[in-house]
Design a protein around this ligand. Structure first.
Ligand SMILES: O=P(O)(O)OC[C@H]1O[C@H](O[C@H]2O[C@H](CO)[C@@H](O)[C@H](O)[C@H]2O)[C@H](O)[C@@H](O)[C@@H]1O
Length: 717
């Protein structure tokens, strides 16, 4: 994301000539004679009161209507003025037909959750009118305890930010939840996590600490306007002091002039007053809120930009697997709705008790409906839904026997899968293998070994091609483990497989190549990735392998959690494992956590996959990691459990870019790994487990060849 503002010259967003009011006030008003009043910066500007009668053209130009319609009538008011039942019914009919265009988010759960499947949700909430009801006194716009706990609940599962027109400090004081991100002054004051995805480098981004002393980024694109806003605020206070009910707020980067409690006959006066001040500050502009005139810098920044900035800071921008949801009630929230709608990225939800045009997708009537949406019951129907919101859960199945129940999002094609297919004559993949064995190019090869290898490659690709039609994600193809110590052999094999995939029309972006994490495998990954070929490094059992794989730029790094735990049960003497046990940690979970933190802290592009997850608790402990391969019995149990999260199974995101930022690595861990340092850093556990993994793969590859040898030539060849 490119931020257009810079410190010295904010970019004008609105080409309206500066001598025209954005209030919609007729130009005659702009040239209203000034009598006195200093314009010099640093002094208050005193605007003389206008004489009654001078404002007729303002009325005829409709700006008063804009002010009147700036806040929908509250239900209570409708009742209070004893509106006739028929009229009330009309309002409901109008609302119902409006809801065809903006369906209630409450009734659209199925659709929202369908689109949220396998995506990370990020929640953005406006404050006034969304989390707190609109009240007459802005200082008394409190959030209820139940709303607070609903928001707390949402933040447990999804990154959640408040984006308010109020000052950041004020909105934090009102919300009081430390687990949220806050953007005040319509997004001109953002406190975001320290990230490694780019936002830190923006102009106007400075390091600071939050209320808990944690390091954060402060993004304040309108910093230079602080003295000007302060000056304008003081002038506004002074000049509106005699207008009964007027209230001026200083939000540091913008100011608000409330007219909710001002008698309607005095609205022209208050607008005139604001307008006259603005005339002297061409670098400030006016926007309308709910019975409030808001004065803000003319910079290309708004709540929509703030959403983009926060997504970027959270490492969630430009990703197809992220679904931002923004809930807001005001005109200023439209900028955020627009960003989500135009980028086709997520959903805006407009809070409004009356029909109004919006860029939002869904609607909610009032804050009480927002509270319901924020409550856990809305979001979570099963434990599987809950955990899927935090990590992509990949079913661990060789034969896809439960395709219907647990549709896989990605797949691996391997010797083990070929063995499974050969043992099940009725499987849908059998034809792919039979076709491979009938391949004339392979059959024509005289060399027995080459012919078998050709059949195996062909079978892997045929099955991989079928899988690519069935899964939305990538298909990972295992590279013969007998090449594990031969960098160029691996690269040649991958090129051969890619050519075959090209023949069956599977593009490289749908593919991964699964390579063992020997030094030679890691080197092959590095070279292949530099060609744009995606690799999946497996058999990672030590931090050194994980770090070297990340440094190589591997697309996916796979760690086997349970296998490390099993090793630790029966052995000792591995320094990395002993250290984890001493800290009271499970060695497998500890390795995934450390590798995740390393990848995120140092900005590597690799995604981390946790495999050999044995039970629910393992899965809960790793929430936030990119992929978790879970056995079907664990998936079944998650799917059957509709209990709300409790103390025992709390769906807290355990791994996140934010926590990664504060993880400390030793100097030895931060080396650039080479063959020697990798070998000397791998303890006995990783050496043994890597060797055992390779043995397993090699045996399976040999068994496939033996079986192919027995079957070939098939009867019809
Ligand atoms: O972006 P928001 O969080 O919605 O803030 C927008 C403005 O909200 C506040 O004013 C509005 O709510 C008040 C309390 O309910 C109400 O009295 C006022 O009429 C509304 O406009 C806040 O006081 C403003 O400063 C914010 O800009």
């Amino acid at each position: 994301m490119e931020l257009k503002s810079n410190h010295s010259s904010p970019v004008l967003t609105d080409p309206t000539p500066l001598n025209k009011s954005r209030l919609g006030i007729h130009s005659n008003l702009l040239s209203y004679p000034q009598s006195g009043g200093s314009l010099s910066s640093g002094k208050y500007i005193t605007i003389p009161r206008k004489k009654p009668g001078k404002l007729d053209d303002v009325r005829s130009n409709g700006w008063l209507d804009a002010m009147k319609s700036s806040s929908p009538p509250r239900k209570k008011l409708i009742k209070d003025i004893n509106i006739e039942v028929a009229a009330a019914d009309d309002i409901d009919i109008a609302y119902c037909s409006w809801m065809i265009k903006y369906p209630s988010a409450l009734k659209s759960f199925d659709q929202i959750s369908k689109n949220a499947k396998n995506k990370k949700i990020a929640v953005f909430l406006d404050y006034d009118g969304t989390l707190s009801p609109i009240v007459d006194d802005p200082d008394r716009a409190f959030m209820s305890d139940s709303m607070r706990s609903a928001v707390r609940n949402v933040a447990k599962y999804f990154p959640t930010a408040i984006i308010s027109g109020r000052s950041r400090d004020k909105v934090y004081e009102l919300v009081g939840l430390t687990e949220l991100y806050y953007a005040g002054s319509h997004g001109m004051d953002i406190m975001s996590p320290v990230s490694h995805t780019g936002s830190n480098g923006h102009t106007n981004c400075i390091r600071s600490t939050d209320q808990q002393g944690k390091e954060v980024n402060l993004f304040q694109p309108a910093r230079e306007f602080i003295p000007m806003i302060d000056e304008v605020f003081k002038t506004l206070v002074e000049n509106t002091k005699d207008i009964k009910g007027a209230k001026v707020e200083n939000h540091k980067f913008c100011a608000s002039v409330h007219y909710r409690n001002v008698e309607e006959k005095n609205w022209p006066t208050i607008a005139q007053c604001v307008h006259d001040i603005l005339k002297d500050y061409p670098r400030l502009r006016l926007t309308h809120g709910r019975k409030v005139l808001e004065i803000r810098p003319v910079i290309d920044w708004n709540k929509g930009k703030a959403v983009q900035f926060l997504l970027e800071s959270l490492g969630l921008s430009d990703r197809d697997d992220v679904l931002p949801i923004y809930i807001g009630d005001d005109k200023t929230d439209e900028d955020a709705f627009k960003v989500l709608r135009e980028g086709n990225r997520g959903y805006g939800i407009l809070v409004s008790p009356v029909p109004k045009e919006s860029k939002a997708f869904y609607s909610l009537r009032d804050p009480s409906e927002v509270e319901y949406v924020d409550a856990q019951e809305f979001w979570l129907s099963t434990e599987l839904d809950a955990v899927s919101a935090l990590s992509e859960i990949v079913p661990d199945t060789v034969i896809f026997d439960d395709f219907e129940k647990f549709p896989p999002t990605a797949a691996t094609v391997s010797s083990s899968l070929l063995l499974g297919i050969l043992s099940l004559p009725d499987t849908i993949f059998r034809n792919a293998v039979d076709m491979a064995l009938a391949d004339s190019t392979c059959s024509a090869l005289d060399n027995h070994e080459l012919r078998l290898s050709c059949f195996v490659n062909k079978a892997l690709v045929n099955v991989g091609g079928d899988l690519a039609k069935l899964v939305p994600g990538r298909v990972s193809t295992e590279v013969d483990a007998r090449l594990a110590y031969d960098t160029h052999g691996i690269i040649r094999r991958v090129h051969d497989l890619l050519k075959l995939y090209n023949d069956v029309n599977v593009p490289p972006e749908r593919l991964l190549f699964k390579i063992p994490s020997t030094w030679q495998g890691i080197e092959a990954s590095r070279l292949l990735e530099s060609e744009g070929i995606q690799t999946h490094l497996t058999f990672v059992y030590s931090f050194a392998q994980a770090a070297a794989a990340a440094q190589a730029g591997a697309s996916v790094i796979q760690i086997f959690v349970g296998r490390l735990r099993d090793w630790a049960r029966n052995h000792s003497g591995d320094p990395e494992i002993d250290a984890a046990i001493q800290r009271g940690e499970d060695p497998g979970l500890a390795l995934v956590t450390k590798a995740y933190n390393y990848i995120h802290k140092y900005g590597h592009k690799s995604k981390l996959m946790a495999a050999a997850v044995r039970n629910k608790q393992d899965l809960f402990s790793l929430l936030g990691v990119d992929y978790i391969i879970a056995p079907l019995k664990v998936l079944q149990s998650l799917k059957e459990s509709v209990t709300a999260p409790d103390e025992k199974y709390s769906y807290v995101r355990r791994l996140s870019p934010q926590s990664a930022a504060s993880y400390n690595f030793t100097a030895e861990e931060l080396v650039k790994f080479d063959q020697l340092s990798l070998a000397s850093s791998m303890g006995p556990a990783s050496v043994e487990l890597l060797a055992a993994g390779l043995d397993g793969y090699v045996n399976q590859a040999k068994r496939v060849e033996e079986l192919f040898d027995k079957i070939w030539p098939p009867p019809n060849v």
